[in-house]
Design a protein around this ligand. Structure first.
Ligand code: COA
Length: 383
């Protein structure tokens, strides 16, 4: 059965100190219902992508909490896959309607990260890493910095080859009204930003953000035809070892490669058919890996090609990457990110992207990663 996305809503991403996790959930669920003119009576189930609610605020059993807010009795599932929680929730929601278990489902991702001290959020995020990585005092900037050092050395690049990603994604985020940062930065600023984990500086990192985003997926022809809609051509999940120690290579994410192969295989479209992609740039190095592991560029090429700004919207190339601003500028409320990525493709494919609209887009790809690559979700949608 073919599934379609028929609506999207996102809250502002950023430091939202006056809103709780469930305020954000409520705002986004009501927002997507309003945008689609759909009522709870049409929804068969809700899927909720969230990583840190249990750790940061002792808030689990979130399906029942969402039911309580709206007075619902339908099935509500919480899905956790670290920073890929949103993408995984989307995957399961899509499988639910494709299997015929329900006709229309709502999938929401949300995270509330800014109410706690930085060391507490860093420790919470590290629950997505291996035991030895936790015990050695590693952080996610540290783990990605290790991978960056190996990549830069192997291919003869330097920090400028990373900075270009931050410059591009901040330019894109400037046009996105719900982005965490709407600030253009220069390469000099990126290179001179304070060091977080060598070679990654502040402007190589995605921020700690709050936010929620929702989509409605349906197989119901009556609902679909009256709304802006796009087809879900494939959603694939792959996993790999959680620890960098167990990996054969530190310059690629195998889970991304596997999920991408399956997604292109199922959707029967070519890499060259994709004109927009939202890739998981939790750190600048991660966008280089994504472009290579998704098969758009060959291994080792990304460091050079990003400095040519081929995927910047103003350059009108065949593939524009991270029109939302990516995780870098749009923000990274971890459970919400995977839904926002697919939502950004949806608004672009249905010509609702306003000032950041890219012309003539038919196919889009979203790539969401959990941890340092232990989980990857690749989703392809098209008109
Ligand atoms: N990019 C750009 N600016 C940022 C930023 C980022 N990633 N993070 C913070 N800032 C800005 C803030 O807006 C603030 O600006 P202001 O002084 O003008 O208000 C300033 O930098 C200091 O912010 P602060 O919140 O004190 O930063 P911090 O030092 O506590 O945190 C990081 C910075 C990079 C350590 C933090 O954002 C981080 O840990 N990011 C990675 C999150 C992560 O690991 N996610 C999971 C990925 S797998």
């Amino acid at each position: 059965m073919k599934s379609h996305i028929i609506g999207y809503h996102t809250t502002q991403f950023g430091e939202l100190w006056d809103k709780s996790l469930f305020d954000l959930v409520e705002e986004s669920i009501l927002g997507v219902l309003k945008n689609t003119n759909i009522e709870f009576g049409d929804i068969d189930a809700i899927f909720f992508g969230n990583m840190l609610g249990g750790i940061l605020e002792n808030n689990l059993h979130s399906g029942a909490k969402i039911a309580d807010i709206f007075g619902l009795t339908m099935p509500i599932f919480r899905v956790e896959g670290a920073c890929a929680s949103g993408g995984m929730a989307f995957h399961l929601a899509n499988e639910y309607v494709k299997s015929g278990k329900g006709k229309t489902v709502l999938v929401i991702g949300a995270e509330k990260m800014t109410d706690v001290q930085p060391e507490y959020i860093t420790q919470g995020l590290m629950s997505a890493a291996s035991g030895e990585e936790q015990e050695s005092g590693m952080t996610f900037p540290g783990l990605y910095a290790l991978m960056a050092r190996v990549y830069l050395k192997k291919f003869g690049y330097n920090k400028s080859n990373l900075a270009a990603v931050a410059v591009k994604n901040h330019m894109h985020g400037f046009l996105n009204p719900t982005a965490h940062f709407r600030k253009i930065i220069t390469e000099k600023q990126a290179l001179e930003s304070s060091l977080v984990a060598d070679p990654l500086g502040l402007l190589d990192c995605s921020p700690v953000s709050d936010g929620a985003a929702s989509l409605i997926i349906s197989t119901n022809p009556t609902l679909i035809k009256k709304r802006h809609h796009v087809k879900v051509l494939s959603s694939q999940v792959a996993t790999d070892s959680i620890s960098l120690l167990q990996r054969n290579s530190l310059i690629e994410l195998k889970a991304t490669q596997i999920a991408a192969e399956k997604a292109f295989g199922e959707s029967k479209i070519k890499r060259s058919d994709i004109s927009i992609a939202e890739v998981h740039d939790c750190f600048t190095i991660a966008e280089l890996f994504a472009m290579e592991d998704l098969g758009f560029w060959t291994k080792g090429e990304a460091g050079r090609r990003v400095t040519q700004y081929e995927t910047l919207r103003d350059n009108n190339g065949p593939l524009i990457v991270n029109t939302s601003g990516g995780l870098k500028a749009s923000g990274h409320p971890v459970g919400a990110t995977g839904i926002k990525q697919i939502g950004e493709l949806y608004v672009q494919l249905t010509n609702q992207a306003d000032k950041r609209q890219i012309k003539n887009v038919k196919y889009g790809l979203a790539h969401n990663v959990g941890g340092s690559g232990g989980t990857a979700v690749v989703t392809i949608i098209g008109i």
